[in-house]
Design a binder for this molecule. Structure first.
Ligand code: TXA
Ligand code: MG
Length: 338
């Protein structure tokens, strides 16, 4: 297990962000956005669909701050944006039909859910711990920023959870202006609807989310109808999520005492009775930083499970901010296996 690559530091200050108008300053916009993303900061970037709240998809802390800024109560898997098909091929495996769709519609408003390569540095938090990742190649400035950065960008729509997706820079400034380092203003988004999400499963194409590319256009290229599922059903169904998260070991939450042969997963260096008899003690964040804890969660769970403990014993994590999403994930991990 590799050590965490990114050192914890305070979450970005809440001062108002800077806006760069792309039409007038494109080169500066690209360079400045890439520089901030490399530092682990959030940048709002226009795509042809909606404005994205972008972070370096390989930086767990940066991705955690997306959830924090959006106030998302749960860690949904995020779409990874690539500069082109070649970059996507370095991170995910394409089946023949997915490749046909990518060639037909990229760059454009189509997201393909594909198996992540074991060598890909896309962070587990970006994938919400899944073995697949949603990828797409956006049109315009976003692809230029990604090419300049040389890493994929995780980017949900740049709005607070529950609000309408932004299609102008001013929407982002009103909603998240105090949470992003930089807003690139590319005017009105051409499509204005999130991308269409498709997943090929054993050659069967599923429409996971209708969006900016019509199902008919996709069906024409595939030559077969898309199988409709309830929006996001394949990832939202609690049973499926639970099974993705469930470690082999039992999971106990909010422990005040550790039993022998448990691995204690602590938060903020709390004093937990019996810690000295634990198989190992791991820390989600010794400084009590919830973004760091979110970024570490999936990796530490896997690491702890490999030790074959009797149980993973989690110290309490507060329910504030990202703690809500962390506790939601923990509850799923602790749920009885289907
Ligand atoms: O148009 C768009 O797609 C916008 C712009 C900014 O590009 N982005 C966007 O991203 O809507 P996001 O991260 O909000 O989309 C997340 C959704 C999840 O809720 C889920 O429906 C799907 O993408 N998704 C992502 N990864 C998945 C996976 N591994 N399996 C199934 N669904 C996945
Ligand atoms: Mg959204």
């Amino acid at each position: 297990m590799a050590p965490p690559q990114h050192v914890a530091r305070p979450i970005a200050s809440h001062s108002m962000s800077r806006t760069i108008v792309i039409r007038e300053h494109e080169r500066e916009a690209v360079a400045e956005a890439a520089r901030m993303l490399l530092e682990g900061r959030l940048v709002a970037i226009p795509t042809e669909t909606v404005y994205g709240l972008a972070a370096d998809a390989t930086n767990g802390l940066a991705v955690a701050s997306i959830f924090e800024a959006k106030g998302r109560p749960r860690f949904n898997p995020l779409i990874c944006h690539m500069s082109d098909l070649a970059m996507a091929e370095a991170h995910v495996d394409f089946d023949p039909l997915s490749l046909r769709l990518a060639r037909a519609f990229w760059p454009g408003p189509l997201t393909l859910v594909l198996p992540v390569k074991p060598t890909s540095p896309i962070h587990a938090l970006t994938r919400a711990g899944l073995a697949t990742v949603g990828v797409r190649v956006p049109v315009g400035i976003a692809a230029k920023v990604i090419a300049h950065l040389g890493r994929p960008l995780a980017a949900p729509s740049a709005n607070r959870s529950g609000r309408i997706s932004p299609t102008r820079a001013s929407h982002v400034a009103e909603d998240l202006g105090d949470r992003v380092a930089l807003i690139l203003d590319g005017g009105l988004c051409a499509v204005g609807l999130e991308s269409t999400i498709v997943k090929l499963d054993d050659g069967v194409p599923y429409l996971l989310r209708p969006g900016g590319l019509s199902a008919q256009a996709i069906e024409t290229v595939l030559g077969t109808p898309l199988v409709r599922t309830a929006a996001g059903a394949t990832i939202e169904a609690p049973g499926m999520m639970a099974s993705h998260y469930a470690p082999d070991a039992a999971v106990r939450l909010n422990v005040s005492r550790v039993e022998p042969e448990d691995v204690l997963i602590n938060f903020g260096g709390q004093t937990i009775a019996g810690a000295e008899v634990a198989l190992a003690v791991l820390e989600l964040s010794s400084s009590g930083n919830l973004a760091e804890a979110a970024a570490q969660l999936f990796d530490l769970m896997i690491q702890a499970d490999r030790l074959k403990p009797r149980a993973l014993a989690f110290a309490p994590v507060p329910m504030e901010g990202l703690g809500e999403a962390i506790n939601d994930r923990l509850a799923r991990a602790a749920a009885p296996k289907a």
